[in-house]
Ligand binder design. Structure first.
Ligand SMILES: C[S@@+](CC[C@H](N)C(=O)[O-])C[C@H]1O[C@@H](n2cnc3c(N)ncnc32)[C@H](O)[C@@H]1O
Length: 205
């Protein structure tokens, strides 16, 4: 069964446990040099804020959006604890007005609740929300993740492949898209050897 927003909210009900940890996603952290103070960043489906808060600590102005109210509440507490400000918005991103504001960077880490139809809309929206010359950073699980069973969806159609990502972002300049296995240790929900698909792209000027 695909988790609904209500299911996600329920998962986040324990105010003290950060399901994906409070440290940034490892791939995003490796992209640190790309983020400079003053950049505006949209953190798509940012959950409990581990990635948004880290970006804010780098000096970026971050919009952290997630549909689950409990996630937003925890993101707010994490930002306070780390002494940073970010815009925390509780909103269903399948209903997001992507064209309303453009950002220097758009970051999407593990939003694989999205089936192919939702994913197409989210991928297109991320591109609309990126300024010309701006950056897109994306990580998701690849198909092989079904064998590892260490996190992520059980539906093959929600998982990423390199051709699918290349096709969806074909209007962007794709700096790299790669598929590899690595051990993750990102909270209780993302633990162990994992099949990952990563992309860094920029929007043509
Ligand atoms: C696997 S978690 C990843 C959270 C975060 N990106 C991270 O890496 O820690 C997926 C997130 O998608 C959010 N989500 C699910 N459906 C959503 C929707 N329709 N709009 C926005 N966020 C949604 C969930 O609440 C959850 O926080």
């Amino acid at each position: 069964m695909k988790p609904s927003i209500a299911n996600w909210n329920e998962r986040y009900a324990d105010a003290d446990e950060y399901l994906f940890g409070t440290a940034p996603n490892a791939f995003l952290e490796r992209q640190k040099a790309r983020f400079t103070p003053g950049m505006t960043v949209l953190a798509v489906c940012d959950g409990e804020g581990r990635n948004g808060v880290w970006l804010a600590e780098l000096g970026c102005e971050v919009w952290s959006v997630d549909a689950a109210q409990n996630a937003s509440d925890k993101a707010r507490r994490l930002a306070e604890a780390r002494g940073v400000h970010m815009h925390i918005i509780t909103h269903d991103m399948t209903q997001w007005d992507w064209k309303a504001q453009q950002f220097d960077a758009v970051v999407g880490i593990f939003f694989q609740f999205a089936n192919p139809r939702m994913r197409s809309a989210l991928f297109a929206g991320m591109q609309d929300a990126t300024k010309p010359g701006g950056l897109i950073v994306l990580e998701g699980y690849g198909l092989k993740q079904l064998e590892f069973n260490t996190g992520g969806p059980k539906d093959a159609e929600n998982l990423y492949t390199i051709p699918m990502v290349r096709e969806a972002f074909s209007a962007m300049h794709i700096e790299f898209v790669e598929e590899y296995d690595a051990a993750l240790s990102e909270g209780a929900r993302h633990q162990g050897m994992s099949a990952l698909v990563d992309m860094v792209a920029t929007k043509p000027l």
